[in-house]
Design a protein around this ligand. Sequence first.
Ligand code: C2O
Ligand code: CU
Length: 538
Amino acid sequence: AGSALLAATALTPVLAACASETPVGLTEDGRALPIPPLLEPDADGRFELTAMTGTTEFLPGVASDTWGYNGAHLGPTLRLARGRSYEAVLTNDTDEDTTFHWHGLLVPAHADGGPHHPLEPGASQTIAFTPDQPSATLWYHPHPHEKTSDQVRRGLAGMILLEDPDEHAPGTAPEGSAPSAAEAPSALPAARTALPHEYGVDDIPVIIQDLRVTEDGELLGHNFGSDVGMLGETVLANGAPDAVLTTDRAVLRLRLLNGSLGRSYGLQLDSGDPLTVIGSDGGLLPEPVEVASVTLSPAERAEVLVEVPEAGVALVSRSPDLGNVADPEGVGGTDEFTILRIRRGAEGAASAGTAEGHGGGSSAATSANGSAGTATTGPASISALGLPAVLAELPEPVDGGQQRSFNLRGRQINGASMDMERIDAAMSSHAPEVWLLTNLDSAPHNFHVHNAQFRILDVAGQAPAPEFAGWKDTVYLRPQEAVRIAVVMPHHEDDDGSLPYMYHCHLMLHEDDGMMGQFTVDAAAGSAQAGSAGHGGH
Ligand code: C2O
Ligand code: CU
């Protein structure tokens, strides 16, 4: 590969021109929620992703320079199946080094796209991996050394839907045994088919990101005086401000991803109705959990079921206590956003039209659309889905094994900044460990571990809320809070353990400022550094 393709810069203006002809669909009272196209690997498991530049209209008629995968902004939704082998052709058509990281997917370190694998402008690379973990909503984004926040801010992010066609019980995966088609039927296939699963129809990706954009379309970075990094005034759903989803379904599954750099959200319905949480970062929960609000810090996901009343409903964020504070006078002080308005109408969105919002719930007789009244496709309520009593079978997390402590303060973990040459921990596959994560600051952090779906043992000494008790790869740490997690690393046959994985704060400015460390899994004997000893339990 190499940088021989630098001449590819000639491509950029062409791509930019194409992109600007397809702005996010404008409607009179909001923009139709863009649904990222599905990217399905071919029969040989091959797919291509290219990071490129383009322009996007966040403000009507004003072009902003953005980056995207296979397009001008964000990326296609990658649909993968457990147990299939994939070959990804990754190309960098931007003018900076970048990487392709598969957040939440357990892959060999050489395919993980961490900061050790920069891809130069114009270069291509092919990687291979075989997912072996439960169905889940994951995502991909760049991870270049000290530049992650900047590249995600410009638009490099996309969703991954991992599906387990055989639906064997989650948690049996790490042994690496191939799923057996002859396994006795269980409740799990029932969950899979009962849950809404038509992509873009009743199974809706929602990438939530905030944005700072000037009148002339320039995208700004971090706010002065913010503890958490960038806090945008505008909140986007799949890249669109003021997004509206028109649906003929009474029940939707929303796959919520906080793809923001620093902002955490308290997601809820403006109607006051509960959200029914069915999944966390790494898969389905044992059973649905009704909550008034679900908290997502950067990189976290939740799958929720929502009943859409005739009058419509909106997904909003109210998060006065999540640490989204810039300077006292500045933005971020107000912390209420409408992220996605959902209204009933004929499928096909834009034509359906005119239902005026549901703001405040005062408007009676909202729908001006003839067909919107009673025409509904699919189950009329969550209970009509006929969900099985058990959505997923999760093993009890193991509270034992090697203990490690990770103290987060300032932009350091255990008093050290990220050093690409230092290995902070050497781990063995299949060996349970307990990690104690402590936020010593008065501002929030969170903590993400590569190559793992872990379980939260306790938060400030208490059992985690049920919506956070399932598979997780990122956990929010409130100021002064301590969280214990149970971690088990899988083994990858084609991984010799020589390359490290990362753990880090996923508030992306913190990460770029050095709040990150490295670990190996199954490193060859002798290369396990003394570094790990320093982080043993106390
Ligand atoms: Cu989402 Cu180390 O990253
Ligand atoms: Cu942090």
